[in-house]
Design a protein around this ligand. Structure first.
Ligand code: AMP
Length: 196
């Protein structure tokens, strides 16, 4: 089962992914996490990506697609995987389609988590407060100004994927405004059609 999670920053993709990997036994492939690991390890990709990420902009399609292509070759991806944060542009979606076609495979379903902008900003403020209360520094791209920029990037570059996958008959929209449990239950109903 190959699942794509689509949704603006802060929509709950990471939280819902945790539930899915447990229940369906497929790994979560978060390009944001992979890039942050590359930044922390100061790999050549990480060094290039750091400034772009801190500014809330998108890393190049080629870099991100290469990371994903390498990752999906690993054994744990054989039963399928959940893509969280990729694709984020039409070009990336086309690259994904091409790399899966080579493996005689394809995306099964795209889950779009819908959360309105005001709620996303409220969630961001809570995340910052909680990080500060724990004595941690919030993520560099998690300040209000950069976050609003990331929302704009989502609207401009990622939202066009909604009609792209709708046209392929793969898009399932889920109301992401409810509690974690309610949203999980809605996602379960969709994924149960694809088997465990
Ligand atoms: P995320 O954790 O998914 O919000 O990603 C954090 C940051 O990593 C984004 O703001 C981008 O700078 C970068 N990033 C993650 N995934 C991608 C992607 N598919 N394409 C381009 N940049 C990405």
């Amino acid at each position: 089962m190959i699942v794509v999670f689509l949704g603006p920053p802060g929509a709950g993709k990471g939280t819902q992914a945790a539930h899915i990997i447990d229940k369906y036994g497929i790994p979560q492939l978060s390009t944001g996490d992979m890039l942050r690991a590359a930044v922390a390890a100061q790999t050549p990709v990480g060094v290039k990506a750091k400034t772009v990420m801190d500014a809330g902009k998108l890393v190049s399609d080629e870099i991100v697609a290469a990371i994903v292509e390498e990752r999906i070759e690993q054994d744990d991806c054989a039963p399928g995987f959940l893509l969280d944060g990729f694709p984020r542009t039409i070009a990336q979606a086309e690259m994904l389609d091409a790399m899966l076609t080579k493996k005689e495979s394809s995306v099964d379903v795209v889950i779009e988590l819908r959360v309105d902008e005001e709620a996303l900003i409220g969630r961001l403020r809570r995340r910052i407060e909680e990080a500060l209360a724990r004595g941690e520094k919030p993520r560099k791209d998690d300040n209000e100004e950069t976050f609003k920029y990331r929302l704009q990037v989502y609207q401009d570059q990622t939202a066009p994927l909604i009609p792209y996958y709708e046209n392929q008959g793969k898009l399932k929209a889920v109301d992401g405004m409810g509690s974690v449990e309610v949203v999980s239950a809605e996602i379960d109903v969709i994924l149960d059609q694809f088997g465990r």
